[in-house]
Design a binder for this molecule. Structure first.
Ligand code: UD1
Length: 427
C-alpha cells in the first residue's frame, strides 16, 4: 500500500487551486437518478469517492461519460444519464466502502418507486445510524422494511407524496435524501430543522436547475413543491471549503503564506474566524483567500456543531495546528462520538493531547518530530500530513487511500508550494 512521505520544516508559499467539494459532489451525483435526461456536473474533483459513486450509479444503469476539455485545475466534467434505471439496489460492498451511497435512497424511491440499500454499519468515526433518512422517507409515504442487512423502501401506489419532515437533530445526509425525494413527490413537503451546510445549498441549486421548486434554501425550514418530473441540467460543483480550510492550516502550521484559489469566504466564516483568533491573517482576494502565518499560533477554544458553526470535518486539522500553539486549547466534538482517532498518532509525533469523552485538551509543544503514522479516516489522515509538514525529520503517513478519498492531488498541490512530500509505493 502507498505511503505519503514528508520531510517537515519547510515554510509553504504560493498558490493552491481548490477543487470541487467532495461532499457536494457526492450529493449531486445521485441527482442524475431523478431524471431521464443528461445531467452534466462540472468541477468534479478527481477523487476515489467520486469514481466509486460513478461505479455505484453505473450498476443502476446510469451512463457516465467524462466530458473532456476542462483544464486540470478546474476538475472534470461528467455527464450522467439515467434514461432507464436497471437496478434499484446499492450493494453491501459499495455502501461499506462509501457511506454516502445511502444518498441513492431518496432519488431511487422517488423515481423508480423502490430502493434496496445495504445498511452501512459502523464506521471509524462512530455509529452513524441512518434512522433519520428512513424517517424522512416514511414521512413522504414510503414503506420501510429491514431484512438481511438491507433496507428496502417502497413508495405507495402513485408515488411518494409531500409530507412534513421534522428532524430531531440536524443531519446533512438525511436532509439531502429528503430534498431529492421531495423534489419528485406529489405535493408540498416541509423540512424542519434542515441542515444549512453550503453543500445543501449547492444541492438545492442543482435541483432548481433541474426544474425543482424549493423555498427557504439555506434556512432551517425548507419547502419543496414536488414536480411530476425533473429535467437535465448543467451544473458546477461548489469549491471544497474543507480542502481550503485544510490548506489554510498548512499555511498556519508552517508559518507560510498560501493563496487558496477558488475558496469562497462566505462558506468558511467559522473557519476563518478561528484562524484569525489563532493569529493568522486571512484576506479575501479576487477569486479566493490568502492565509498568512508568522509561525506563532495562539491557543483556541473550539466546539464543532452544524453549519454555520465550526465544522467537525476541520476538527482534526485544527488539532494538529494547535499542537504547536503557545498554550492550551480546548476542543469539543459534538457531532461524532469517536472522532479523536488521530490523537494517539499525533501523540507519537510529540503532541500533548488529553481526551475525556467529547473534550480534547491540546497543550502546545515547542516542536513535533516525524514518525510512522496511520489514521483510520480522511480528516484524521490530513491532520497527520499537517503535523508532518511542521515536524522535524521524516513522517510517513500510511493508509493513503483515506487521503485519496477526499484530497485531490494532495502531494502535487503541496509540493508546488514548497513542501517536501512524495508518494512512495510498496515494493
Ligand atoms: C456529512 C458529511 C461529513 C460530515 C457530516 C457532518 C458527506 C458525504 N459527509 O455526513 O463529512 O462530517 O456531514 O457535517 O456529506 N445521525 C443520526 N441518524 C441519521 C443520520 C445522522 O443519528 O439517520 C447523526 C450522526 O450519527 C451524527 C449527526 O447525526 O451524530 C450528524 O450526521 P450527518 O450530518 O448525517 O452526517 P453525514 O451526512 O453522514
Amino acid at each position: 500500500m502507498d505511503r505519503i512521505v514528508i520531510r517537515g520544516g519547510r515554510r509553504l508559499s504560493g498558490r493552491i487551486p481548490i477543487s470541487g467539494a467532495k461532499n457536494a459532489a457526492l450529493t449531486l451525483l445521485p441527482c442524475a437518478l431523478l431524471t431521464d435526461q443528461p445531467l452534466t456536473l462540472r468541477n468534479l474533483p478527481r477523487l476515489a469517492d467520486v469514481d466509486g459513486f460513478g461505479h455505484l450509479l453505473n450498476g443502476m444503469g446510469v451512463s457516465t461519460a467524462i466530458a473532456g476539455g476542462s483544464p486540470a485545475e478546474f476538475g472534470r466534467a461528467m455527464t450522467l444519464t439515467a434514461d432507464r434505471i436497471t437496478s434499484t439496489t446499492a450493494p453491501y460492498d459499495m455502501v461499506r466502502k462509501m457511506r454516502a451511497s445511502i444518498l441513492v435512497l431518496g432519488p431511487l424511491i422517488a423515481r423508480a418507486g423502490e430502493a434496496t440499500v445495504s445498511l452501512p454499519g459502523g464506521c471509524a468515526i462512530g455509529n452513524r445510524p441512518i434512522d433519520l433518512h428512513l424517517k424522512a422517507m416514511e414521512a413522504l409515504g414510503a414503506r420501510i422494511e429491514i431484512a438481511s442487512g438491507y433496507v428496502r423502501a417502497i413508495a405507495p401506489d402513485g408515488g411518494l407524496r409531500g409530507g412534513r419532515i421534522a428532524f430531531p437533530v440536524v443531519s446533512v445526509g438525511a436532509t439531502e435524501n429528503a430534498l431529492m425525494a421531495a423534489s419528485l413527490a406529489n405535493g408540498e413537503s416541509v423540512i424542519d430543522n434542515a441542515a444549512r451546510e453550503p453543500e445543501i445549498v449547492d444541492l438545492c441549486e442543482c435541483l432548481m436547475a433541474m426544474g425543482a421548486e424549493i423555498e427557504g434554501i439555506g434556512g432551517e425550514r425548507i419547502v419543496v413543491h414536488g414536480k411530476p418530473s425533473l429535467h437535465g441540467a448543467d451544473y458546477a460543483v461548489m469549491p471544497d471549503r474543507i480542502e481550503a480550510g485544510s490548506y489554510a492550516c498548512a499555511a498556519a502550521i508552517t508559518g507560510g503564506s498560501l493563496e487558496l484559489a477558488g475558496a469562497r469566504a462566505d462558506d468558511m466564516a467559522a473557519i476563518i474566524d478561528a484562524l484569525g483568533e489563532a493569529g493568522l491573517v486571512v484576506e479575501a482576494m479576487d477569486g479566493g483567500l490568502r492565509v498568512t502565518g508568522d509561525g506563532r499560533l495562539k491557543p483556541l477554544t473550539l466546539s464543532t456543531a452544524p453549519f454555520p458553526a465550526f465544522p467537525t470535518d476541520m476538527q482534526a486539522q485544527f488539532m494538529a495546528m494547535l499542537a504547536l500553539a503557545d498554550g492550551a486549547s480546548v476542543l469539543t466534538e459534538t457531532i461524532f462520538e469517536n472522532r479523536y482517532m488521530h490523537v494517539p498518532e499525533l501523540a507519537r509525533m510529540g503532541a500533548d493531547v488529553q481526551t475525556r469523552g467529547r473534550v480534547a485538551v491540546v497543550r502546545g509543544v515547542a516542536g513535533l518530530t516525524g514518525a510512522e503514522v496511520m489514521a483510520t479516516d480522511l480528516r484524521a489522515s490530513m491532520s497527520l500530513v499537517l503535523a508532518g509538514l511542521a515536524a522535524e525529520g521524516e513522517t510517513r503517513v500510511h493508509r493513503v487511500y483515506h487521503l485519496d478519498r477526499g484530497y485531490e492531488r494532495l502531494e502535487e498541490k503541496l509540493s508546488a508550494v514548497g513542501a517536501d512530500i512524495e508518494r512512495e509505493a510498496d515494493g
